[in-house]
Ligand binder design. Sequence first.
Ligand code: BG6
Ligand code: MG
Length: 225
Amino acid sequence: MNETRKLKAVIFDLDGVITDTAEYHYQAWKATATELGIPFTREFNENLKGVSRMDSLKLLLSQAEKPVNYSDEELVQLADRKNKLYVELIETITPADLLPGITEFVADIRSTGLKTGIASASKNAIAVLTRLGVMDHFDVIVDVNKLKNSKPDPEIFLTAAAQLGVEPADCIGVEDAASGVDAIKGAGMFAVAIGNAAHFPHADIVLSSTAELNFRELAQTFEGK
Ligand code: BG6
Ligand code: MG
């Protein structure tokens, strides 16, 4: 066992980890791409996970067969249009949309006195967490508007740890995006990825679904590292 690290907090990504809003982001980008006549696959969508709204739009536009130059104003309008579609989709969210195992996992973490945080790149995070009815399950929700750098930069996870008053080395981060796993590792944390192992070469553990999150097992693996 490594005596220098002690599990003190678990910091979660939101979209695709707490609830399946990653699917809604996909649907809204797919509709935007279709409108613009740009091919857009689920495989390409993997590159957008964890990435900010404007950077996602730029990645999407990079797939256009004939490159078009949009002005900054047009880019903002396109990003707003995608967000409008997304906001319509999240209006239907209820507490029943928490992903499998999340309620129990978060409750187990908190029952041992450990802290929990949210490190989401989404400006809609508070709206989603409110609809899910879980705002009070997290000690800290990082305000993405105050950050300078996007994932894979570690800033968001380092900010969560600082706001929780814990060392990054004493944290587990949970993500469904490759950029997010890189942000967790860049912060010096233990990374749990949810999804297909082929997408996460840098994760410490990959689980195929949130239903596999088991606090006791994870804490043992963390402390044994
Ligand atoms: C991340 C999602 O959580 O938030 C990305 O994985 C999304 O797909 C990003 O682009 C920004 O979200 P929003 O809601 O501010 O457009
Ligand atoms: Mg995500």
